[in-house]
Design a protein around this ligand. Structure first.
Ligand code: NAD
Length: 268
């Protein structure tokens, strides 16, 4: 089977649920990155997957699952907020797979929840560095590689409903997700002459370890449902479907967009 190209998905390590209580009958099995990686493999891409060292074992099982689908895969441990680590990661992917065609800058953290007046400089820097610096470096090194290859490419980043409409107790997180929209728009213009499109997804509540956090699962799911007119909670496969389209040749006329995927919670 010939491959459609090489994709790299950051933040693809399945998070195991930290505190298993009796109220958590079916904890979410995967994050968005993992769902995206599996979908791109089904679409015919070779898929390189990234996360931090703590999720190394989860990446091993993801790599094995992708290979079972008949696609090449590799694991890349790196902290996306670190310039040098992202540079080395992209170089390793190219060394192992021969090129890079799709960069999915998905890794993110939720960041401090609470009054702005109580958020420390360290908490602010941490969420901005993973959620905004991370995609910036991912696009920087993917861009260098894709321009060198000279055959276009796709860059796709993770914004949020909180990047469309600021969410009160998540000030710094909201800022970091607005930053992804700015990055998407500016990078789309810069990379357009090279045939590289840059878009982002802005999910509402998606049933992942991040959304549930250490809250009561039933309560959190109900709260997330009430956020949208459809009264649904999204699943990683919903985001994976959008990424699948954005990564495909069919999306060639779309760039610079941050697409809401939130059950109608926000209208652009
Ligand atoms: P998740 O916590 O389940 O997965 C995120 C992954 O990113 C984790 O595996 C984590 O280890 C990894 N990661 C964190 N910091 C990293 C770093 N510095 N370098 C590399 N990897 C790192 O979260 P998710 O719900 O799957 O979210 C994926 C993306 O979608 C995030 O950017 C998130 O902000 C965004 N998002 C999620 C929701 C939601 O409701 N779940 C809503 C809007 C936006």
């Amino acid at each position: 089977m010939s491959s459609k190209g090489i994709a790299l998905v950051t933040g693809a390590g399945k998070n195991t649920f930290p505190i298993l209580t009796l109220s958590l009958i079916s904890p979410p099995a995967q994050g968005i990155g993992r769902g995206v990686a599996l979908r791109l493999a089904e679409d015919g891409f070779e898929v390189a997957v990234n996360d931090v060292a703590a999720n190394s074992a989860n990446l091993d099982s993801l790599v094995a699952e992708i290979k079972q689908k008949g696609r090449e895969s590799s694991k890349h441990i790196a902290d996306v907020s670190q310039d040098e680590q992202v540079k080395v990661m992209v170089e390793e992917v190219v060394k192992q797979h021969g090129s890079l065609d799709v960069m999915v800058a998905n890794a993110g953290i939720l960041g401090p929840e609470g009054p702005l007046t109580e958020i420390s400089a360290e908490q602010y820097d941490r969420v901005m560095s993973v959620n905004a610096r991370g995609p910036f470096f991912c696009y920087k090194y993917a861009g260098i590689q894709m321009i060198k290859q000279g055959r276009g490419g796709r860059m796709i980043g993770a914004s949020s409903l909180a990047g469309k409409r600021g969410i009160g107790p998540l000030t710094a997180y909201s800022m970091s997700k607005f930053a992804v929209r700015g990055l998407t728009q500016a990078a789309a213009q810069e990379f357009a002459p090279h045939g590289i499109t840059v878009n982002a997804y802005a999910p509402g509540g998606i049933d992942t370890p991040m959304m549930i956090g250490n809250r009561d699962r039933t309560e959190r799911m109900e709260e997330a449902k009430q956020m949208s007119p459809l009264k649904l909670v999204g699943v990683p496969a919903d985001i994976a479907s959008l990424v699948s389209f954005l990564a495909s040749a069919e999306s060639r006329f779309i760039t610079g967009q941050t697409m809401s995927i939130d059950g109608g919670a926000f209208f652009d």
